[in-house]
Design a protein around this ligand. Structure first.
Ligand SMILES: [Zn+2]
Length: 354
């Protein structure tokens, strides 16, 4: 089969479309024929060796996979039901933070906290290939009406936002929610999810096109993130109350600004650090205003399932910027690095693309 493999780190890194042996399923594993796979900032970190995780090259990146099952390993090893719910031809998405299914966290459904977790496309080969082998427990069924592209555009970033807003933090109807970066994968999903939960949503965007997209997705207001005084703008919009919940995935000085417009008793939930991992932190306003600051990592399988059910019900819509064929995976990475895109960049194994 063909696989787009990273053979040398860099920005850009070096990719080669290689012929590699078809993956074979071990016990309790499944081979998925990849139809589409979404790109995420994680892929850029992998490309430039920016992850605090050792990575062996060559590596096939790609964690946001949608496809069909083409082979199943034997079932019935420890901790797995002997009766597999899966059959050849089933349409699936893949939970990309692979989990062991056996540790104390997995046993209570918190697979995003797994003690032996691995990231698909980082610690093992991912979905920028014709086929990928994954543990069967990481599969989630694609509902009727959710096509492969929509799944590949929602299941990682969208379920990240779902985990943040429905599991790690809590949103009450009428709350003000700030979704940072409304044109990003996480931000575009966070706007829609928060709105469905009854919140009034504000977003940020660095240009008019991005802000217009945020409003189209349900944000009442979208502020200019290039204006350093945007937190004051948010104080004004909320009549000095501030926002009750912030969905933050950027880090750096953006995170500090989020605290500047957070209501008393408000919560910031964060899942990323593309703008910087070390952030100065003033404890005085933090405890005086009784703020909460919550970390969020990946998603549980239940969040992924909920994301797909919401998509099937029309409550959550993917925003797809562009789709590249597998042999142009390097160009897809370049697009993501350019920051000049709206929503999601996908790679498809189909011959046509746009
Ligand atoms: Zn585990």
């Amino acid at each position: 089969m063909k696989a787009a493999q990273l053979v040398a780190h860099g920005a850009p890194g070096k990719f080669e479309l290689r012929d590699v042996p078809d993956p074979q399923p071990g016990p309790d594993e499944a081979v998925v024929q990849v139809h589409a796979c979404g790109l995420n900032h994680l892929d850029l970190w992998l490309e430039e060796a920016g992850l605090p995780i050792p990575v062996k090259l060559p590596r096939t990146p790609g964690g946001e996979i949608a496809g069909t099952i083409v082979a199943l390993g034997a079932t019935g090893s420890a901790g797995v039901s002997p009766a597999s719910p899966w059959k050849i031809g089933d349409r699936v998405a893949v939970q990309s933070n692979l989990f062991c299914g056996e540790c104390e966290f997995c046993k209570r459904g918190e697979d995003s906290m797994c003690l032996r977790g691995e990231i698909l496309g980082v610690q093992r080969d991912g979905g920028f290939a014709e086929k990928v082998v994954v543990p069967a427990r990481a599969l989630v069924r694609l509902p009727d009406g959710v096509d492969f592209d929509s799944s590949a555009a929602l299941t990682l970033a969208g379920s990240t936002a779902m985990h943040m807003l429905t599991n790690r933090a809590h949103v009450n109807p009428g709350d003000w929610v700030l979704a940072i970066g409304g044109a990003s994968g996480v931000g575009s999903a966070a706007i829609q999810i928060a709105k469905q939960l009854g919140a009034r949503v504000i977003s940020t965007g660095s240009n008019e096109t991005k802000r217009a997209l945020a409003k189209k997705l349900g944000a009442e207001f979208a502020v200019d993130s290039n204006d350093p005084k945007w937190p004051a703008e948010i104080r004004k919009i909320t009549d000095k109350h501030g926002v009750d919940v912030v969905v933050e995935h950027v880090g750096g000085d953006v995170l500090g600004k989020c605290f500047d417009c957070l209501a008393r008793g408000g919560t910031i939930v964060t899942c990323g650090a593309t703008a910087g991992r070390d952030v100065p932190f003033n404890l005085w306003p933090f405890f005086v205003k009784q703020h909460r600051f919550i970390g969020s990592y990946g998603r549980n399988r239940s969040d992924l399932d909920a994301t797909l059910q919401w998509a099937a019900a029309g409550k959550l819509k993917p925003v797809i910027d562009s789709i590249f064929p597998l042999d142009q995976t390097a160009a897809a990475f370049a697009k993501l690095r350019s920051r000049n895109f709206l929503g999601k960049v996908l790679v498809t194994t189909r011959s046509e693309s746009h």
